[in-house]
Design a protein around this ligand. Structure first.
Ligand code: TRH
Length: 376
């Protein structure tokens, strides 16, 4: 393994939402903290980073955060000296002058395109492939769920941190009604605005046991207010309707969001990064996948489910698939909820086994380090 610290540039264009910066920020931090690398992160919207990392100042051109040299990606990047490794996240296009400078180096850097996560089979065949570009080779790094892919981001100390985590103390800081905690099902709720939220909240209101739903600030909050018949909901509000208690949380710093996932009995997650983080929590997950043209996202969802439900009894595997498809296809959640609720103990055990299988694989940052060492 190559030991001298290498210099990395990671480029992130914020397309929408928080996934692009969520993934690149996590990767940048991990390369610094665990592998002692020198990392520059170029982000075109530093304000998006400030949501995940409140110490970030969105107005600065450059700042050092968690050991990462964070730069606003503007004209400056054209002039930057290329380092040893260049990561272009999610096919964001690098400045032409910068690419020309890469090509002009006596020893050009390793150029990687970090791709979106997919559980589809073809990923194994494409991971690591080079493509000739501008006189250089760009390699495609595909994260994934199997040993032949680029793996998933997972810090080395993650499980130890989770084991030593004080759930009650954390939940207390979020204004969660602790008195109900023992009997209630605790759920975190992060999804896109087209999720069939009203039907889910309706199912929880008439549930056989209490449900505490933790909803971070975002586009779902006004929809929840509408569904529950109140004019508006604000951060800090706690609203009870039947068996449901809804707690509106602030949008949490990224590390606190992890702790939220660790705290819950069921996690509704979306996109890419929260979805990956839910793999590391103890509770089962429900994924709202990022919508794509021609329903391509449904193939991706099914590819994940093929892996995720493997090993479950046929009946429960079918239930998980139906519920996941319902959530992603705007189908009423009331029909399947009682069955899902009853299956949660089994699904929790299953999720633990799934997580153990993933934990046995190398994480994505380590795989990147290996990729670089091999390329050298
Ligand atoms: O925000 P997203 O919908 O991002 C999406 C996806 O990545 C999608 O694949 C991509 O194409 C699109 O962006 C452009 O969901 P995701 O990926 O889960 O990212 C959310 C980030 O926000 C993640 O790092 C977790 C973080 N987060 C917090 O830090 N605090 C919070 O309270 C919440 C709810 C999320």
């Amino acid at each position: 393994m190559h030991t001298a610290p290498a210099r990395w540039d990671i480029f992130c264009a914020v397309v929408d939402n928080y996934g692009d910066i969520g993934v690149t920020w996590r990767l940048a931090r991990q390369l610094v903290a665990e592998h002692g690398q020198q990392v520059r992160l170029w982000v075109d919207e530093p304000a998006a980073l400030a949501h995940l990392w409140p110490a970030a100042n969105p107005h600065l051109e450059q700042q050092v955060l968690a050991g990462v040299d964070v730069w606003r990606w503007d004209a400056q990047a054209e002039q930057a000296e290329p380092p040893d490794v260049v990561i272009e996240a999610f096919a964001c296009e690098l400045p032409a002058a910068y690419v020309a400078r890469m090509a002009a180096q006596p020893r050009p850097p390793l150029w990687l395109n970090l791709e979106y996560l997919s559980a589809e089979d073809w990923v194994e065949g494409c991971h690591g492939l080079p493509s000739p570009q501008a006189g250089l080779k760009k390699h495609f790094f595909f994260p994934g769920f199997t040993a032949k892919t680029g793996g998933l981001l997972r810090e080395q100390g993650l499980m130890a941190a989770q084991a030593g985590f004080d759930r009650r103390a954390f939940l207390q800081t979020l204004n969660v009604p602790l008195a109900q905690l023992e009997q209630a099902l605790l759920v975190s709720l992060f999804a896109y605005a087209d999720a069939p939220l009203a039907s889910l909240l309706a199912a929880w209101q008439v549930d056989s046991a209490p449900v505490i739903a933790l909803l971070p600030a975002g586009r779902l909050v006004p929809l929840a207010a509408q569904a529950l018949g109140v004019e508006q909901l604000a951060v800090g509000d706690v609203l009870t309707r039947g068996a449901l208690t809804l707690v509106v949380l602030p949008f949490l710093p990224q590390d606190d969001y992890d702790q939220l996932l660790w705290s819950c009995d069921l996690n509704f997650v979306r996109g890419e990064d929260s979805f990956v983080r839910a793999q590391w929590a103890a509770a089962p997950l429900l994924w709202h996948i990022y919508r794509q043209a021609d329903d391509a996202h449904l193939d991706k969802l099914n590819a994940f489910l093929d892996r995720y439900v493997s090993g479950l009894a046929a009946e429960q595997a079918a239930l998980v698939r139906q519920v996941q498809l319902a959530w992603n296809q705007q189908t009423d959640m009331r029909q399947r909820w009682p069955e899902l609720r009853n299956s949660l103990p089994v699904l929790q055990k299953h999720h633990a086994a799934w997580r153990a299988g993933l934990m046995a694989q190398e994480d994505a940052a380590l795989k990147l380090m290996h990729f670089y060492a091999t390329w050298l």
